[in-house]
Write a new protein. Sequence first.
Length: 154
Amino acid sequence: MDDGNDIDLRQFDGDFASAQVEEREFDEIPDGKYQVVVDRVEITKAKSSGNPMLRWTLKILGPRAVGRLLWRNNVMATRENLKWLKGDLHTCGLDLDRLSNLPGQLERLLDVKLEVTKRSKGDNTNIYFNKRIVTDEPVAGTTAASAADDDIPF
């Protein structure tokens, strides 16, 4: 891993020292339904328990808070946790025979569009996957013209 030690950053010291830090404060994303796209997904460990978990980063497409991020964590510790995870994967169109196959399939989850519900109760926030959003965009490798040339009688 390159740690940047061979790059001389001294040329930027003056501008960096005089740069003003802009305070950014975002309002909490309100509870409700959102259309999102899976922006990132990774297998990591929960900070508090050390249990494995699938961490989802979801970018909001609309109807409000466009471009903001939501996170969903599927901790893998109990049968109930695994049931929720399996349901979320199924909603995204990924059905696995074994959970151990998941690491090699993570890329298939990227760019999946979903309708989700954000619900807060006290300090806890949950993101629920409602359904996959399937668009009429052509499948990679096809064109709209080739799809229209199918031998469909209607």
